[in-house]
Design a protein around this ligand. Structure first.
Ligand SMILES: Cc1cc2nc3c(=O)[nH]c(=O)nc-3n(C[C@H](O)[C@H](O)[C@H](O)COP(=O)(O)OP(=O)(O)OC[C@H]3O[C@@H](n4cnc5c(N)ncnc54)[C@H](O)[C@@H]3O)c2cc1C
Length: 441
């Protein structure tokens, strides 16, 4: 009898997975996983090149968060500017890009903001292909609940505004809300749920993967990613930028772009600039892992509370900023209590699970609650900041728009309204209709 034959040969021997710059080949396929498992995981290499800074760059991006990395990536891939370094004071991913609650959406009210965030959402929809990296984009829908007739009007207006720009927004009545989220208590005490509006294309993205994916793609496109390099001071001569003073010495540059989230005003003050930004702490919480109970991102309308369930099973939730100026990344108990109270009112079942972790991030709250992608009065100094608590969803568009401004000298069409001059001219983008109260955004 003949031996059975097979055409499929599984090769388990070690093959080189290192690129010439010492980074990993990026093969995360099944065979590689099997091979690494068998050989003790000794073959993995860094995903991006750990660069030493050179003496001079055409563009220095300060801050290796999502916005800074996306800006550097867009400079290299869309404009061919590769003489770029990203200077990050710690390791990549430990800023707000890795601290947020991972929500992406474009359900804004102000027409210019709808356009900007919708552009970003469309870039998220292609991001895995753009970066060749699995960032786990999950368009599970974002559902905003309303609890009064006045709020119904407000939300309907917002949803109609979105639909006028071809952005998806679906009104839901009480029954539809209950069938989508059975956990919700529709008739809780003071604020019964009257309905909601759903953006089906909203959702979540694995935030660490976004930082890693952008760092890897930018590095491969020729950008230097310099970690553990804190910028102490921006250096100018004759009214224009000449470089930065860092913990690794002076680095010269023609152009410097600030993308440091909660530390924008601190660094800008080193060249005498006072920005319309305050730094506040925002907390997030995650529970122990449980079976799937929530498959949309849910936002409570009678308080500041939002929640989703991560792929690992934890319920991830948050609320308002703590409401005082700080650079601390922890937050206080009164806000934790307020968030828990809002959560329990809406989802009484939440009382049965234990909170596993809590953390905070420093937010750069602008005075009108909208971001800044702008030149500054210092020649060669650009600003990407003022993201308040919405800058994660804005990463793809923020990077593209900031790179466009740096490379062409002209604002990108989707971010024309985000200039610094609006505060001098009185053209504020009052997304929340709350006026200049940073604590209220
Ligand atoms: C708890 C929480 C929940 C949030 N939830 C959401 C959400 O669900 N959806 C959403 O859209 N947004 C959310 N956000 C907001 C969002 O995370 C931020 O707006 C966004 O990440 C800011 O841009 P970034 O990624 O560039 O910031 P960061 O990742 O903070 O990047 C800035 C980087 O600059 C570095 N840096 C600072 N100073 C210096 C210096 N002097 N020299 C060198 N480097 C420096 C920092 O170390 C940091 O890595 C949330 C934020 C928090 C804290």
């Amino acid at each position: 009898m003949r031996e059975p034959t097979t055409n499929v040969k599984i090769q388990l021997k070690r093959t080189p997975n290192v690129r010439s710059d010492g980074t990993d080949s990026g093969d995360y396929g099944l065979l590689r996983l099997l091979r690494e498992g068998i050989f003790g995981h000794g073959g993995w290499r860094p995903a991006w090149h750990k660069a030493q800074p050179r003496a001079h760059y055409r563009v220095l991006v300060i801050g290796g968060g999502g916005q800074g990395l996306a800006t550097a990536h867009a400079l290299a891939t869309l404009h061919g500017i590769t003489d770029v370094a990203v200077l990050e004071k710690g390791p990549i991913g430990l800023g707000n890009v890795g601290r947020n609650t991972t929500i992406i959406r474009s359900n804004y009210f102000h027409p210019d903001n709808v356009r900007f965030y919708e552009h970003s959402l469309q870039l998220w929809e292609q991001l895995e292909r753009t970066l060749n990296f699995n960032v786990m984009v999950s368009q599970r829908g974002t559902l905003n609940l309303f609890h009064t007739e006045a709020q119904r009007d407000l939300f309907t207006r917002r949803a109609n505004g979105m639909r006028l720009q071809d952005v998806d927004a679906v009104p839901l009545d009480r029954k539809e809300v209950k069938s989508l989220v059975p956990l919700v208590d529709l008739d809780h005490g003071r604020f019964p749920v009257l309905g909601g509006f759903l953006q089906p294309r909203g959702g979540t993205v694995r935030h660490d993967a976004v930082a890693w994916g952008y760092a890897r793609a930018a590095s491969r496109a020729g950008v230097d990613i310099v970690e553990h390099c804190e910028v102490r001071r921006i250096v100018t001569a004759g009214g224009r930028v000449t470089g930065v003073e860092t913990t690794q010495g002076f680095i010269g540059a023609d152009i410097v772009c600030l993308a440091v989230a909660g530390h924008s005003s601190t660094l800008a003050s080193t060249v005498g600039l006072q920005l319309p930004i305050e730094s506040h702490v925002l907390q997030a919480f995650v529970t122990e892992a449980i079976k799937p109970v929530l498959d949309v991102v849910l936002t409570y309308g009678a308080g500041h509370f939002y929640i989703s369930q991560s792929d690992k099973g934890g319920l991830v939730f948050g609320g308002h900023i703590d409401g005082y100026n700080t650079y601390g990344q922890r937050g206080t108990l009164p806000m934790a209590e307020e968030v828990a109270a809002a959560g329990l009112t809406l989802l009484p079942g939440l009382g049965r699970v234990r909170v596993l972790r809590q953390w905070g991030g420093v937010m750069d709250m602008s005075m009108d609650g909208s971001p800044l992608i702008s030149r500054t009065p210092i020649e060669g100094l650009y600003l990407n900041g003022g993201w308040c608590y919405g800058g994660f969803k804005a990463i793809p568009a923020g990077g593209v728009a900031t790179a466009h401004l740096i490379a062409t000298g002209e604002p990108h069409a989707i971010a024309r309204h985000m200039d610094l001059d609006r505060f001098a001219d009185g053209r504020l983008i009052d997304e929340r209709g709350a006026g200049p109260y940073p604590w209220a955004h």
